[in-house]
Design a protein around this ligand. Structure first.
Ligand SMILES: Cc1ncc(COP(=O)(O)O)c(C=O)c1O
Length: 364
């Protein structure tokens, strides 16, 4: 079709994890547990849910295009000025605005291979040249990424912790990286899972590492449990934010999403419960994996990725789990065909997963 540019014709669209209704229909199972998309197993923040219910009648009006209330609340919470804050329909909404705002024809992008697939789709759709740098031991190879910088490099994307590996880079590693990157290069520092990583002493919470060429991205989809609402935010230098706000879709996030996000920011008890439960669940799962000698990638996020001997083993594991009613994510589409990612669920869900795991192993 001549109307469609070549890079769009060749684009592979984002393939989300299977949903519960689909699997129920296909396999006729009563109980399905979805541990495939790193959502919060406790559902939405209760404060957010209540606030949305109270505000339903307001939704015949367009939301505030500048999302002043939400941006003010974020600024207050993170001790910034509102001119340093943008918001969007999920952090991917902000990511998309960044690509549209700052990339010109001829600019080049650097990203880590097998990192967050949403960025890969946006980068490929931009039509700009991209240098994908392989992971090293499942971690961002920051040194190799800086070695790829050339006169045309405009944007580098880093996810910390990364998805789907869950690995993170440390304060020292980020400092060293930033020393090597020229200020004319924009960095997206995607911290969608920062709530889970903050407890690590050497995790670089980017709020304490402000650089004029860094845009920090964060999400309400993970620890706050608001993935379906679509709300995310970004922090950066005022000059970057001012221009991002010109390009962002005027009414994103939707009004229910803004209401939910504001209330969720106050729900510190829910975040604490979420992070604590994830930590315990991850620890238990790791213990079991060690016991049965299943390889996994240590993770700073709300999921663990298992490493099998080959693609066939990984695919068959994920398939067997599906037939027992547990949806996991086989990572072939990420370029990690021997890996399967497991989102940490509620205690009973994790226990059922471990039960199914031992059944599958004994059947084998
Ligand atoms: C690293 C990373 N960044 C961004 C996102 C997207 O988050 P949002 O739902 O806020 O668009 C995800 C979701 O899986 C992710 O894993």
């Amino acid at each position: 079709m001549p109307l469609v540019p070549k890079h769009i014709q060749e684009l592979q669209s984002y393939k989300p994890g299977q949903n519960i209704a689909e699997v129920q229909r296909e396999l006729g199972l009563d109980r399905i547990i979805k541990l495939a998309s790193n959502e919060n197993p406790f559902g939405p923040s209760p404060l957010a849910l209540e606030a949305v219910k109270q505000n339903l009648k307001e939704n015949f009006r367009y939301p505030d295009a500048a999302a002043i209330l939400l941006r003010e609340k974020l600024a207050e919470k993170f001790d910034l000025s509102i001119s340093n804050v943008t918001v969007g329909a999920g952090s991917e909404g902000v990511m998309s605005a960044i690509m549209r705002t700052f990339l010109r024809q001829g600019d080049e992008i650097i990203g880590a291979e097998s990192s967050f697939i949403g960025f890969r789709v946006l980068a490929n759709a931009s039509g700009n040249r991209i240098n994908w740098v392989p992971l090293k031991n499942y971690r961002h190879d920051l040194e190799a990424m800086t070695k790829c910088i050339n006169d045309y490099t405009k944007l580098i994307y880093l996810a910390n912790p990364d998805n789907p590996t869950g690995t993170y880079f440390t304060i020292d590693e980020l400092d060293e990286f930033m020393n090597r990157v020229p200020e004319r290069v924009l960095i997206i520092l995607d911290e969608a899972y920062f709530e889970y990583a903050l407890q690590l002493d050497d995790y670089p919470d980017s709020m304490h590492y402000r650089y004029d060429n860094v845009i920090t991205l964060r999400s309400f989809s993970k620890a706050h449990g608001l993935a379906g609402f679509r709300a995310g935010y970004g922090f950066a230098h005022d000059a970057l934010i001012e221009n991002l706000l010109k390009v962002k879709l005027p009414f994103e996030p939707s009004w229910p999403a803004q209401i939910a996000a504001m209330a969720a920011l106050d729900d510190t008890a829910f975040i604490e419960k979420t992070v604590r439960s994830c930590k315990d669940g991850k620890k238990n799962m790791e213990m079991v994996f060690k016991e049965i000698e299943l390889d996994y990638i240590p993770s700073a996020a709300n999921f663990l990725t298992l490493v099998f001997n080959n693609e066939e083993e990984a695919g068959s594991f994920s398939d067997s789990m599906l037939h027992k009613g547990i949806i996991l994510r086989h990572l072939a589409g990420w370029g990690l065909p021997d890996c399967v990612r497991i989102t940490i669920g509620q205690k009973s869900e994790n226990e059922y997963l471990i039960y199914c795991l031992s059944e599958i192993l004994s059947e084998a």
